[in-house]
Design a protein around this ligand. Structure first.
Ligand code: ADP
Ligand code: MG
Length: 344
């Protein structure tokens, strides 16, 4: 697995958001940390540095708290305790975990099962969470698939309890960062901050717009890797997320297998290089970028009609070239091309 996981989308605008004539206004302030296995940034404009720093630290504390609830890397997290109870009846959980399980089931339904929170037995089998990566045999894939599927989860709303069938395991890696970003943005709003960017490993929410601009300019990373960008999205009061194969993969016999798995086949997906999704919330952008990656552009175009305000940019391999395909409406928010300054 690639060790250094950097952000998928980079902020192009933060540094140049304030024009030379606005010297009375404080510069946007950016704080950075490492949490949930990735880099996190909070950029705040329109308030002083001390207030921005305090707000960013509160967001980072919230990210750490969510990690301690949702991580499957720590045996002590609430999600790990729920997984440990699979096959032994209902487990009472926090209202927060209950709501996220409920939400993840909804995204699973609306992506025809492509986003699947029960994919964990396959994630483990392929070696995406420790162990020595090895190509699983078809039999091993079939055995793991028997434990995958949302019918392995049942919810008791009144008791706030979740039952997992024997062998079922939940993995929120495809949704937890988006959830955390929404919580972070809500913290900033509660503090009266109106212009900010919250970025957790490429899951981004833009609060308002930077001073003097119509939105925050978000660079879409080159799906082949590296630091180049292939387009720009102008974002205001909306979210964006990218799922790609270029940062998180295992290498088996010299071939790379990306970390997104098709829960219908048990195989990793290789027909797509990356999917960038814009959505009203970071939770939706995160879940749908993973789900659309599995679906591919044709099926994703059918799924997208269930959602308001969602658009997606697919990068598809075509020999040595890359084809870009848009589904839904970015409108003037998206400009493709590495040389562009982007929309303003
Ligand atoms: P990242 O974690 O890089 O932001 P994603 O949001 O696309 O990327 O989530 C990918 C992770 O989600 C994988 O590492 C795996 O743990 C899990 N996963 C893999 N396939 C699926 C799937 N079909 N549905 C839901 N989660 C998945
Ligand atoms: Mg995701």
């Amino acid at each position: 697995m690639s060790s250094a996981r950097t952000t998928v989308l980079s902020i192009l605008a933060a540094a140049c958001a304030v024009s030379a004539t606005s010297c009375a206004r404080p510069e946007p302030y950016t704080a950075e940390t490492f949490v949930m296995g990735t880099a996190a940034w909070v950029t705040v404009a329109g308030v002083g540095a001390a207030e921005a720093e305090e707000a960013a630290q509160e967001v980072f504390r919230e990210f750490r708290r969510i990690e301690s609830v949702m991580s499957t890397w720590a045996d002590s997290s609430e999600l790990s305790l729920l997984n440990a109870g699979a096959g032994s009846g209902p487990v009472a959980v926090s209202s927060e975990l209950f709501a996220l399980v409920d939400n993840s089931l909804r995204y699973s339904r609306e992506t025809f099962g492509a986003f699947d929170p029960t994919v964990r037995p396959l994630v483990l089998l392929w070696g995406f969470q420790g162990g020595e990566p090895a190509l699983p045999s078809p039999d091993a894939i079939d055995s793991a698939l028997a434990f995958v599927g949302c019918d392995g989860i049942s919810l008791d709303d009144a008791a706030l309890a979740v039952s997992l069938s024997a062998g079922a395991q939940i993995d929120f890696a495809g949704i937890a960062k988006g959830y955390a970003v929404d919580r972070g943005a809500a913290i900033l709003e509660r503090r009266g901050i109106r212009r900010a960017l919250v970025n957790l490993g490429g899951n981004i929410y833009a609060l308002g717009s930077p001073p003097g601009g119509r939105g925050w300019r978000i660079g879409v990373r080159d799906p082949r890797g590296g630091l180049g960008t292939v387009g720009t999205i102008l974002l205001a009061d909306a979210a964006v997320a990218t799922s790609g194969n270029y940062e998180n993969f295992v290498e088996i016999d010299g071939r790379r297998y990306g970390h997104i798995i098709d829960p219908r086949t048990g195989r990793t997906v290789d027909g797509v290089l990356s999917v960038t999704v814009a959505a009203p919330t970071a939770l939706a952008a995160d879940a749908l970028s993973t789900g659309f990656f599995v679906l591919g552009p044709v099926e994703a175009a059918r799924a997208i009609s269930s959602f308001e305000g969602v658009a997606a940019l697919f990068a598809l391999p075509n020999g040595v070239r890359i084809d870009y395909k848009v589904i839904g409406e970015f409108g003037r928010r998206l400009v493709l091309g590495p040389e562009t300054d982007g929309p303003r």
